[in-house]
Design a protein around this ligand. Structure first.
Ligand code: PMP
Length: 432
């Protein structure tokens, strides 16, 4: 067996092997997945703009008028009027001086962090930040202090330890796999006190939170004090690409130092035109944002009624944490057999022991579909040997295990009481 085969075998053994599933047609609330019709409950097309007729038309028109590619990096000959228009509109929407487009959110995060944090600096990063932030920290030659999730005391400890070498605090606004929200006010206060910059990734917050969907920074009233706001065009805005909103000075600095901007072809005209149309629709028809928020509430209530334990919160991202990756895959397949697609998310996307189904409501779901989905998920969970926590007997005691227990078991206690022979279920009673 060669090294590649061995690696793949290991992944299979650990329940971490991945393969792509195939969607036919657009990203609607119902799709044909590997030939089977299913309700889609894990797409980031939150507002239904990826398949909106006006957005499609804008992309098609731009392809005819401007061609399909920018032809070069924007610093060579690839800077087109469409790029500039979208940057102007996004800066106005976000209320910042400037905006710079990047090829994708991954490229924006890696490029911006590695430009703003240099050798000898310290970057502070929430432990559950997206992989593109993690990779940005790796790419920067700076040291990274990873603080416990949402833990501002731990962050402050890191800032004090850094002894003036701190340069940047970076956090997701809405966390991609947990749907919780960063404590931005406290983070900004600490940044001010320790004189470091703040960068917020609004990938899952733009089009979702804040006035008119302006994001988590705007929701907290912090637009003027957050130094860099990153967002992607590939989620609520439905297309592909990303943007970085900042002061004009930082934008000029990034134009001169963000390698993923300098050394990569400019965003394709159809994608840019699609984002312009999507942004316009977002502003003209804010009811989509309300519908998403209503649907998020409907989904959360329906899951609670079925006995699932879900963390407090009100965003559209709802994790059902199982813990063990094999069990999570089994749960996912059983849900699929019932006509519901919620992809299993496993390490390294989430920490070891945190495998889950990550559910995402969309504005285009009907409330009845979401209630049906919750019922089917409960049935699939039972089939997989997982009992939704609220369905446990009242006399079952709360999780009392030693916290140094196998992390799979400890994390599993968040979502389910196991009824599965591979786990000693005296250790995994659901915490009340
Ligand atoms: N940041 C976060 C929080 C994300 O969830 C993602 C995508 N999953 C990205 C950045 C990357 O964005 P893109 O898909 O545009 O590369």
């Amino acid at each position: 067996m060669n090294d590649v085969q061995q690696h793949l075998e290991e992944l299979r053994d650990r329940g971490l092997y991945r393969r792509m599933r195939l969607v036919s047609g657009p990203q609607g609330p119902r799709v044909l997945l590997d030939g089977k019709r299913v309700l889609l409950l894990c797409s980031n097309n939150y507002l239904g703009l990826a398949d909106h007729p006006r957005v499609r038309e804008a992309a098609a028109y731009a392809a005819m008028r401007y061609g399909v590619g920018a032809g070069a990096s924007r610093l060579i000959s690839g800077n087109m009027t469409l790029h500039q228009r979208l940057e102007t509109n996004l800066a106005e929407f976000k209320g910042t001086e400037s905006c710079l487009l990047f090829g994708s959110g991954y490229l924006a995060n890696t490029g911006v962090i590695s430009a703003l944090a240099r050798e000898g600096d310290v970057v502070f990063s929430d432990e559950l930040n997206h992989a593109s932030i993690v990779d940005g920290c790796r790419l920067a030659r700076a040291e990274t202090f990873v603080y416990d999730h949402l833990d501002v005391e731990h962050l402050e400890h890191g800032l004090a330890e850094a002894g003036g070498r701190g340069s940047l605090i970076v956090t997701d606004g809405v966390f991609s796999m947990d749907g919780d929200i960063a404590p931005l006010e406290q983070i900004v206060e600490l940044a001010h006190r320790y004189d470091v910059r703040v960068m917020v990734d609004e990938a899952h917050a733009t089009g979702v939170l804040g006035p008119g969907g302006r994001g988590s920074v705007a929701a907290a009233g912090l637009t003027d004090v957050v130094d860099v706001i990153v967002g992607t065009l590939g989620k609520a805005l439905g297309g592909y690409g990303a943007y970085v909103c900042s002061s004009e000075e930082i934008a000029r600095y990034l134009t001169n130092s963000a390698r993923t901007l300098i050394f990569s072809t400019g965003p394709a005209p159809p994608s840019v035109a699609a984002a312009l149309a999507a942004l316009d629709l977002l502003q003209r028809e804010p009811r989509r944002i309300e519908r998403l928020s209503d649907n998020a509430r409907t989904l959360r209530i329906a899951l609670l009624e079925q006995g699932f334990h879900i963390d407090d919160g009100d965003t559209h991202i709802v994790p059902l944490v199982v813990g063990d990756p094999h069990l999570t895959m089994d749960f996912c397949e059983r849900a699929l057999n019932r006509g519901l697609f919620a992809q299993a998310i496993r390490p390294p996307t989430v920490p070891a022991g945190g495998s889950r189904l990550r559910l995402a409501a969309m504005a285009t779901h009907r409330p009845t579909e979401l209630r049906w989905a919750a019922r089917e998920l409960a049935a699939a969970a039972r089939e997989a040997g997982l009992v939704p926590a609220g369905a446990a007997h009242e006399d079952e005691h709360a999780y009392e295990g030693d916290l140094s227990l196998d992390v799979d078991v400890a994390v599993a206690a968040r979502g389910f009481v196991y009824d599965h022979e591979s786990v000693d279920d005296s250790q995994v009673r659901q915490a009340a």
